[in-house]
Design a binder for this molecule. Structure first.
Ligand SMILES: [Zn+2]
Ligand SMILES: [Zn+2]
Length: 350
């Protein structure tokens, strides 16, 4: 066993605080990783505060992990000591169901083992995430970080990046397509970059006109202020795809009307009931599709990392001292980060 340190919540109402705990010794197919960087995702806040009702404590968040391999099990072939590697939202799955067989472990019919707050499939202990000094993960769920990428800025690709890349890829976004991105946070700004790199004409939908210049800096060709009914109306029937990263309830109807016939509205941020209600005519009359998408499989996570290296894409980050994690949560809730905090794990030792 390894002794590890990390930051965890002991209950839904207590701030994250340092904690010492054990990591298992590597099993034959495991890779042990010294964590260098870990991105901070909104899911971490939801889970630490039990806002989804599925938290288990102590809860150590973190699923955008980049680090160096320090030890490998006897059967490991994909990684070796010293490699720069990443771990995203999942650390295991059943590995034999239809979804797993199709490299879509995130849709494992038995449920994937998430990187934190999920029972390990073998020993039943709750998984502990990346706000820590080390992690031990089966090699299948460990990806290679391309040398060209800045390792700190690569960390958020493991959740924010794959979440936006996977649906654009799945629905075949290609050169000339008109893609609208709803919201410009951690997910949205990555969505703009990916859609642009795929050759699409990209429009950001935002509530504040003040974000226009910043959106263009991220690669957006156009900006629509979603609170301006005239601008929304002028975009009617225009888009092939909408990538909706808005994580709170919002009216989908005005957005659906901006899709052309056969257009696809893809939800990646919302996991609550749609409210106000969807007017079915907005789908039926134009054969439009309302879809959802969850992160991406492990093979596709490697693919997006390689895509980022090839197209020089990285996440805009603000480095964080882990001692300031609770303040960072408050700032994220206020929308005050461009666009992802990444914990420098060297600060854990200080
Ligand atoms: Zn995440
Ligand atoms: Zn499965």
């Amino acid at each position: 066993m390894y002794t590890a340190i990390g930051y965890a919540a002991q209950s839904a109402t207590t701030p994250l605080a340092p904690m010492t705990f054990n990591r298992r010794s590597p099993r034959p197919d495991d890779v042990a990783i010294e964590i260098l960087y870990c991105g901070v995702c909104h899911s971490d806040i939801h889970q630490a505060r039990n806002e989804w009702g599925i938290a288990v404590y102590p809860l150590m968040p973190g699923h955008e992990i980049v680090g160096k391999v320090t030890e490998v099990g006897a059967n490991v072939t994909r990684h070796k000591v010293g490699d720069l590697v990443g771990v995203g939202c999942m650390v295991d799955s059943c590995r034999h169901c239809e979804a797993c067989a199709a490299d879509l472990e995130q849709y494992c019919l038995e449920g994937p083992t998430l990187t934190y707050a999920t029972p390990d499939r073998i020993d039943g202990t709750n998984t502990m995430g990346g706000y820590s000094s080390s992690i031990v993960v089966s090699e299948h769920f460990v990806v290679r970080i391309p040398e060209k990428l800045n390792p700190a800025a690569a960390a958020p690709i493991l959740c924010a990046g794959i979440t936006t890349y996977s649906p654009l890829k799945h629905y075949g976004v290609k050169a000339g397509d008109k893609v609208g991105v709803l919201g410009m946070g951690g997910l949205g700004h990555m969505g703009i970059k990916f859609a642009k790199a795929m050759g699409a004409e990209v429009t950001l939908f935002t509530r504040s006109a003040s974000k226009a210049e910043e959106a263009r800096r991220q690669g957006a060709d156009h900006v629509i202020v979603s609170t301006d009914a005239e601008q929304m109306k002028a975009a009617a029937g225009h888009f092939d795809f909408l990538l909706d990263t808005i994580p709170v309830q919002h009216d989908l109807n005005p957005y659906l009307e901006t899709l052309r016939f056969d257009g696809v509205h893809i939800l990646v941020g919302l996991i609550e009931p749609v409210d106000p209600a969807l007017h079915a005519a907005n789908l039926v009359m134009k054969r439009r599709v309302l879809a959802g998408s969850l992160i991406g499989g492990i093979a596709e996570t490697q693919e997006v990392l390689d895509f980022c290296a090839e197209h020089d894409i990285s996440c805009d980050i603000e480095m964080l001292d882990i001692k300031h994690i609770n303040e960072a949560y408050s700032r994220m809730i206020a929308g005050d980060v461009k666009y992802r905090f990444v914990i420098d794990m060297a600060t854990l030792k200080a």
